[in-house]
Ligand binder design. Sequence first.
Ligand code: FES
Length: 318
Amino acid sequence: MNARNTELDVQITGMRIEADSVISLELQRPDRSALPAWTAGSHIDLVLPSGQTRQYSLCGEPDDTRRMRIAVLLEPDGRGGSREVHGLRLGQHVKIRGPRNAFELQPADSFLFVAGGIGITPILPMIRTAKRANARWRLLYGGRSRASMAFVPELEGLGREHVEILPADEVGLLDLDGIVAKAAAGAEVYGCGPAALLDALTEHFAAAGLSERLHIERFGAAPVVAASQDGTLRVILARSGATVDVPHGCSVMQALRDAGHEVASSCEQGVCGMCETRVLDGVPDHRDMLLSESERQRGNVMMVCVSRALTPTLTIDM
Ligand code: FES
């Protein structure tokens, strides 16, 4: 298990209702000692008492080494993770893994932050970081209704003149062309929110030839395997010399498991890092949301739950 996957016991030391169906949890070590350092855009794995694991962005203050904060939207029709979080109690202990950052804020003079609904969570510490760096920043925060939007007073406290609260039932949908225009004028755009918003942003930025200005995080929405263009891949397990063929449309992890090999996993969506595997030969086709661009270029690790290969074979350290 790599260091990113070490589990840490934490206690729930604060719970607040932040909006309709949204609560925040404050987490501290039981002895109040320092938590691992993190930067804006990071998330943790929350390991719930049932054993379910979910990924949540850290939305507190990155400089606060003793407290972490997450916010969770209750999704009654989801897989059950948010229901369990909403049933936790103050003082209860849970485990966390991480933090990891797949949505790093790169230094810039001007930022436009775009958040939809609970997608505000990674944006909050980004705003604090931009503010501290004396960068220009603006936030466009959309949501269904004002009552459904978390952290509005806190955001306005960070600079009311920079913050636009845009509930859809009052003002309609976000102005995507206006967002592209701000990027064209030099702003780096960081967005997080529902898939429909991120898809629309991606399309608008691509059409304007400004894709490199758009930075988004798609939590829990990674394609598991883009099967269509994927031929069969052969994986060689260096320690035993065994080979495993990964059929069209199947993940490397699933093929390894089908062949009787154990692979640790949590999210199975390329988010958590639990399945990180060393690559000894061949070129991975990275489809995770975790590795940085330089880690991708190095190509010596891959997330076998989602990534495949650009070469017909891959040799992995297993
Ligand atoms: Fe989470 Fe693969 S299991 S990245």
